[in-house]
Design a protein around this ligand. Structure first.
Ligand SMILES: Cc1cc2nc3c(=O)[nH]c(=O)nc-3n(C[C@H](O)[C@H](O)[C@H](O)COP(=O)(O)OP(=O)(O)OC[C@H]3O[C@@H](n4cnc5c(N)ncnc54)[C@H](O)[C@@H]3O)c2cc1C
Ligand code: FES
Length: 366
């Protein structure tokens, strides 16, 4: 027994020693000399070497979308590196198509700035700004979704299109030693530029959602940046099919509020999936939009209603409900928002109903 304990002790000591050596090696070997990053052949910024490209650009107020805080698990932080990046890493390949890999697209959170770089980013990212905001309201939409209204202070207004998202910063607290960013779709109408509404679902032990649900208070200051994303209505005139689950409601709501305000006449149906009645929210608002937009229909569906719910509406998985309602989707266009699993399953159903791949748009809340 004592031999076993001794062996375990020695192994732990070796592990700790190796970890310390690695940290020391990194501190000594990592070349922190200044490097230049040439962006779109028009702008050059100088950054200290050794940092991830995503963080280095953020320090220079150039914001690349990122929803996972640089852990390589959201795939949002893509930039094209023309010169200076090392070889593609195994952590990047799952997120990049063969075409993207060939044309130099990289995950900026995984690429370290070790040499001078030449990169290309979408021009619209130059319009992304950092904002200081104040929590104006904080209320429960369901038992696990909060609506947060942020009043913009500096700059006092944000310009965005319905369907876009922002990244909010969580300051260091019990669950994180350093500031981290997470993506949240704006749920309010872009015609209100001085404040935005977010719908944030609690993820047990999630760093940002625990902060928002258990720590954030009315009057608190929040740093955010944005807007990002291309999940907006395409001006095609096609029939619209919206599908969302849980907090996937957020960007669809922004699009619908704008459609109602502008009296958009496109025929449209909105399938919203929830487990039970307690997971449904904003139903009255959706019913109001039905009265304002005669060609709009809201179809909430419960996958596991409680007996007490006395639910007489649609039941089943949202894929089954869409399958029952949509007969031929060849001429329609779809906007999907929610968990990656739900989105993949819905894409499958829409394809079976004849919808061309290029008419399906989605935001996966990965
Ligand atoms: C473009 C975009 C827009 C988004 N918009 C919204 C929005 O409007 N409202 C909203 O609530 N969320 C939205 N998200 C998700 C959001 O960015 C966070 O991923 C989510 O809130 C969890 O953050 P966290 O820091 O609390 O959890 P983390 O600390 O990142 O995760 C903790 C653990 O929970 C797991 N986890 C993370 N997310 C989920 C999840 N959704 N369900 C189950 N397990 C999870 C992780 O794998 C990890 O193990 C969006 C994501 C993207 C990419
Ligand atoms: S920030 Fe999420 S993969 Fe890079």
């Amino acid at each position: 027994m004592s031999d076993l304990l001794l062996a375990v002790g020695i192994l732990c000591a070796i592990n700790t020693g190796l970890a310390l050596l690695l940290m020391l090696a990194e501190a000594v070997i990592v070349d922190t000399r200044d490097r230049s990053i040439t962006i779109n052949d028009t702008q050059i910024v100088t950054v200290p070497g050794g940092r991830p490209l995503l963080a280095a650009l953020k320090d220079r107020k150039i914001f690349i979308p990122s929803a996972c805080g640089g852990r390589g698990s959201c795939g949002l932080c893509k930039v094209t590196v023309i010169e200076g990046a090392g070889p593609l890493l195994a952590t990047e390949t799952p997120w990049l198509t063969a075409e993207e890999q060939k044309s130099g697209v990289r995950l900026s959170c995984q690429v370290k700035v070790r040499r001078d770089l030449r990169i290309r980013i979408p021009e619209e990212l130059f319009a992304v700004k950092q904002y200081q905001a104040e929590v104006a309201t904080l209320s429960d939409l369901t038992h696990d979704i909060k609506q947060v209204t942020l009043k913009l202070l500096d700059p006092p207004e944000i310009t965005f299109t319905a369907g876009q998202f922002v990244q909010i910063e969580v300051p260091p607290y019990a669950l994180t030693d350093e500031p981290i960013y997470r993506a949240y779709s704006v749920a309010s109408d872009p015609c209100q530029p001085s404040q935005i509404e977010l719908e944030i679902r609690y993820v047990p032990n999630g760093i940002c959602t625990t902060y928002v649900h258990k720590h954030l208070k009315v009057g608190d200051r929040v740093t955010l940046n944005g807007p990002y994303g291309t999940f907006g209505l395409r001006p095609t005139g096609r029939e619209l099919i919206f599908i969302a689950g849980g907090s996937g409601m957020a960007p669809i709501r922004a699009i619908l509020l704008e459609m109602a305000r502008t009296q958009n006449p496109r025929p449209c149906r909105y399938f919203f999936g929830a487990r039970a009645k307690r997971d449904l929210f904003l139903v009255e608002e959706m019913r109001r939009i039905e009265t304002e937009l005669p060609s709009f229909r809201f179809i909430p569906a419960l996958s596991a209603p409680d007996p007490d719910d006395r639910w007489e509406g649609e039941t089943g998985l949202i894929t089954e409900v869409v399958g029952r309602h949509v007969t031929n989707a060849a001429q329609a266009e779809a906007y999907l928002c929610g968990s990656p699993l739900m989105i993949d399953a819905c894409i499958q159903v829409l394809r079976e109903k004849g919808m061309p791949e290029e008419n399906i748009f989605y935001d996966k809340f990965a």
